[in-house]
Design a protein around this ligand. Structure first.
Ligand SMILES: [Zn+2]
Length: 229
């Protein structure tokens, strides 16, 4: 197995950037007020016409409404504050300070360049300092960032930085392996290709032994992860 994944991302995205990414429901974003559902559905009709089909034919009549509902699900991460997910912690841990690792967290995201699906899995670890969080919360943080328009590199750093800033652990490690449908179904058409990104903070960055232990527990992402796109 490779000691370090193919792409190591420098985990130094600033917290202000993270805060700016979070858009509460109904609030204006950078381009003005959020459009209405009717406007969103009209935009889908335009794309259907542009693709060469007739939005008025029976099979497509309900498609704009379905697409709008699907988008609510795909992009529900904008309505979630990932930091708030980590605020409830447990301090009665009998001094547990070894690695906590959540492996194979499957996620679905969309690339911000083509709106094509990114299907992958994340491995998330941290070294508790004094606070431990419910493990389902780590998976929810992954989803909160996955259900937005993304690039994999940014998502990897966002997950690591959020855990690092809220839990203040001794270290955070995030490895993501994903298949990008903008690469498998269009463009270079290379099915079977996955991308691996990682972000190591604190002891995972400074200690080779800690990083090695994490990567051994995760296994070789190329072989161990269940990635289907
Ligand atoms: Zn893309």
């Amino acid at each position: 197995m490779t000691e370090r994944p193919s792409q190591d991302i420098d985990g130094k995205a600033d917290g202000e950037q993270l805060a700016a990414d979070f858009l509460p429901e109904g609030q204006a974003n950078g381009t003005g007020a959020r459009p209405s559902r009717e406007e969103a559905e009209a935009a889908v009709q335009t794309l259907l016409r542009w693709a060469g089909d007739d939005p008025a034919r029976e099979g497509l009549l309900d498609t704009p409404a379905r697409v709008a509902r699907a988008w609510e699900e795909f992009f529900s991460g904008y309505q979630t504050d990932p930091r708030a997910l980590l605020e409830r912690t447990f301090s009665e841990t009998e001094g547990y300070d070894e690695m906590v690792l959540l492996r194979h967290v499957r996620f679905e995201s969309h690339c911000e360049h083509h709106l094509a699906p990114i299907i992958g899995c994340a491995h998330v670890a941290y070294l508790p300092n004094h606070r431990v969080v419910g493990i389902s919360k780590l998976a929810r943080v992954v989803d909160a960032y996955a259900r937005r328009l993304q690039i994999q590199e940014k998502m990897t750093v966002q997950i690591a930085n959020t855990i690092n800033e809220v839990l203040e652990p001794n270290g955070v490690a995030v490895v993501i392996e994903a298949a990008h449908q903008c690469m498998t179904t269009r463009g270079v058409h290379k099915p079977g290709v996955t991308m691996v990104t990682s972000c190591m903070l604190g002891q995972f960055r400074s200690s080779t032994a800690t990083r090695r232990e994490f990567l051994a527990l995760v296994g070789n992402p190329q072989g161990g992860a269940q990635v289907h796109a």
